[in-house]
Design a protein around this ligand. Structure first.
Ligand code: GLU
Length: 442
């Protein structure tokens, strides 16, 4: 059985880019009847917060991304220490004693003499005596993985044949001097122990992946398949804009974006497929195919997402709509909902139309004489679908205006809006009393 994971660090709210990674891993797992694990990378105990862990989970649940199992790196420190010991014994990992200032000085002098700022492995030359001296002075080592400076190859699930030359990469730090594990090693140990078969993440992890493949080898473990998604860019394709980069799922919820709209959109951007509203998460799983993803930039277009959301609202049946708005004091009945839903683009507008239909509408722009004509010509008897036209013709006999000008005035005086549902239908839901009230108010 295949097994994929989403491994967020709970150091902030889930943003769109990371959410997409979760979605794609989930879809891949479910498409192949596999297992989806949620792993919290919380070894950075200064920045990791329980509140973010909660909010990440809340956002995933909101989006119908359900995980089959869950794990937390902070619960596995003993295991990481055991593996570290073995890797040190086998000379894959070595202790280093440089301070942050020393390392920064080394980098500066390498750069100023035109060399790449690669760690020079000076600590490898320390004798046991030197190391003991450092320790007796109270210095604590940090640990680095000894990279094989070779070109590493893998068949990427998204990028195809990949190679990465590790000769200009510093030996990655695995454990800080305070004993905290960096996710580079912790992640590989988890992936090995928990039998992860596929890792899909952003392109910004390519260097990490190349180094981590060597750690899998050092642990004598099978390498998982890797896939690297192009990062989401803004519309100009110029890298992640601040706005999109910081666009969190919480922000999108505030914009009344529904999870199915977001899932539909994110499951198709970066592919050759058109973005469109999908019936539900199962439909998205059914249509998911990793080979549709390529290396072209993935542009995030908020208007496109909004259009999908708009379509969703316009298709919503009354029962679902009501379940969403059960807290409203006045609620549109089924007839009203079916009429207004064709014209609204977000759930925010539902509240506005609720106000327009049930509340007070005062238009201050239409002339009193015009209102009087509207009032006098209002047809008697039961309103039906022809009422608005008959009414408009009577108005026309009194005012020298074209049909479309009359319709505009009608809309303005009845709703104080320039756009909205068909006037013919609006008249029926407002009813005579409300119409008279609006014609008379000023
Ligand atoms: N915690 C890492 C991150 O959020 C996980 C990366 C990975 O998927 O391995 O970047």
């Amino acid at each position: 059985m295949i097994k994929l994971r989403f491994a967020p660090s709970p150091t902030g709210n889930l943003h769109v880019g990371n959410f997409r990674t979760a979605l794609i891993n989930f879809l891949y797992a479910k498409k192949h009847n596999g297992h989806f694990l949620l792993r919290l990378d919380d070894t950075d105990n200064e920045r990791s917060k329980l509140e973010f862990e909660k909010s990440i989970k809340e956002d995933l649940i909101w989006a119908n991304i359900c995980w089959d199992s869950e794990t937390k790196q902070s619960n596995r420190i003993d295991r990481y220490n055991d593996v570290l010991k073995v890797l040190i014994e086998k000379d894959f990992v070595y202790p280093c004693f440089e301070t942050a200032e020393e390392l920064s000085l080394k980098r500066k002098s390498q750069l100023s003499s035109g060399k790449p700022p690669v760690y020079d492995r000076a600590s490898l030359n320390l004798s046991d005596f030197d190391k003991e001296e450092f320790c007796s002075k109270g210095l604590k080592p940090h640990y680095r993985f000894f990279l094989n400076h070779e070109t590493i190859f893998w068949n990427d699930l998204i990028r195809g044949e990949c190679k990465y030359n590790l000769s200009n990469v510093s030996d990655p730090i695995l454990v800080r001097e305070d004993g905290r594990f960096i996710y580079t090693l912790a992640s590989v140990i988890d992936d090995v122990d928990l039998n992860i078969t596929h890792i899909i993440r952003g392109e910004d992890h390519v260097t990490n992946s190349a180094a981590q493949l060597q750690i899998f080898d050092a642990m004598n473990a099978a390498r998982p398949l890797m896939g690297h998604l192009p990062l989401i860019t803004d519309l100009k394709g110029e890298g992640l804009s601040k706005r999109i980069g910081s666009l969190s799922i919480k922000d999108l919820k505030k914009e009344e974006i529904e999870s199915i709209s977001l899932n539909s959109y994110l499951s198709n951007i970066g592919t050759s497929k058109n973005t469109e509203l999908k019936k539900g998460i199962n439909k998205i799983i059914e249509e998911f195919d990793i080979s549709h993803f390529g290396r072209s930039p993935t542009k995030f277009n908020f208007d496109e997402l909004n259009n999908i959301n708009k379509k969703l609202i316009q298709q919503l049946d009354y029962k679902t709509f009501k379940s969403k708005f059960r807290d409203e004091t006045q609620i549109l009945d089924e007839n009203c909902w079916n009429i207004i839903k064709k014209n609204i683009t977000s759930f925010k507008e539902v509240k506005e139309w609720n106000e327009i239909i049930f509340g007070k509408v005062t238009d201050n722009e239409i002339d009193k004489d015009v209102r009087e004509v509207f009032f006098k010509t209002l047809p008697d008897g039961q309103f039906d679908e022809n009422t608005w036209f008959n009414w408009s013709q009577k108005i026309k006999e009194n005012l020298e205006l074209k049909n479309n000008e009359i319709f505009k005035l009608m809309r303005k005086v009845l709703t104080n809006r320039m756009f909205g549902p068909e006037i013919s239908e609006l008249i029926l839901i407002l009813g005579r009393d409300k119409i008279i009230e609006r014609l008379k108010s000023k």
